[in-house]
Design a protein around this ligand. Structure first.
Ligand SMILES: Nc1ncnc2c1ncn2[C@@H]1O[C@H](COP(=O)(O)OP(=O)(O)OP(=O)(O)O)[C@@H](O)[C@H]1O
Length: 227
């Protein structure tokens, strides 16, 4: 579904590159977590996948191009600018040029938030806001969902619900998920594959193998896979 070939990137053409000679193949229906230390280039890779940035060298080829983006919670819920869930969803529907208003209810149902259309965004909890952001991204029926740290500012119970929802979207709807993550537990429990960025480089690992390596290194006192 996505092929990254020899991708190198720096913001102003300066050397060394932030991302160096990355190669990866992502199949439809996979759940990929991108992990790495602060400043390792996770957000940069995400911006490249979203098409906001262009590779300095190499290419990113997608054979399906409907992408839903779930940003970190932002001033979307700013209480100084009161807006209901329905209004927020409706303005995004217009942006996506979707004619049918039914898509709003359908997307809210998918995230279990159909009762909240009239609620003010500013009154929602962190977890509820995150679900609305996911519902908003689902309106365009994306093949690929890209999420930026979906558990940030979300309580533990809602985190569980959100990750269950994301997993269901891959197993039941065949969507591909790529999430930039700091939440190691979520990474281990939900991903099919893990991409660990380190010194501008990395490769896609099967999640189970990665966990075994992680435990082995921890037991050996190595700090090699901390994120
Ligand atoms: N717009 C920009 N212009 C120039 N350099 C940038 C820009 N954005 C990020 N960088 C630099 O690129 C490098 C990678 O940053 P990036 O934000 O992609 O890392 P990250 O892994 O997402 O970090 P974090 O976990 O802290 O969010 C850092 O050295 C950062 O300072």
């Amino acid at each position: 579904m996505i092929t990254i070939n020899n991708l190198c990137f720096s913001y102003n053409g300066a050397q060394p590159y932030i991302l160096e000679h990355l190669n990866l193949e992502i199949e439809q229906g996979e759940y990929i977590s991108i992990i790495g230390e602060n400043g390792s280039g996770k957000s940069t890779l995400m911006r490249l996948l979203l098409g906001f940035l262009k590779p300095t060298i190499g290419s990113i080829v997608m054979n399906k191009n409907r992408i839903g983006y779930v940003p970190q919670k932002n001033d979307f819920s700013n209480t100084n600018f009161p807006i209901t869930v329905f209004e927020a969803m409706n303005s995004y529907r217009r942006l996506l040029k979707i004619k049918e208003k039914d898509v709003i209810l359908h997307s809210l149902q998918q995230v279990g938030m159909s009762e909240y259309g009239k609620s003010l965004m500013g009154d929602l909890s962190g977890g509820q806001t995150q679900k609305i952001l996911i519902a908003r991204a689902l309106m365009g029926e994306p093949d690929l969902l890209i999420l930026d740290e979906p558990s940030t500012g979300v309580d533990i119970e809602s985190q569980k619900e959100i990750y269950q929802l994301l997993k269901r979207l891959t197993t039941e709807k065949g969507k591909t998920i790529i999430a930039v993550e700091h939440n190691l537990e979520a990474v281990f429990h939900n991903s099919t594959k893990i991409f660990h960025l380190k010194h501008g480089s990395g490769h896609l690992c099967d999640a189970q193998n990665y966990i075994k390596e992680y435990v082995k290194n921890k037991e050996g006192g190595e700090d090699d896979v901390t994120i």
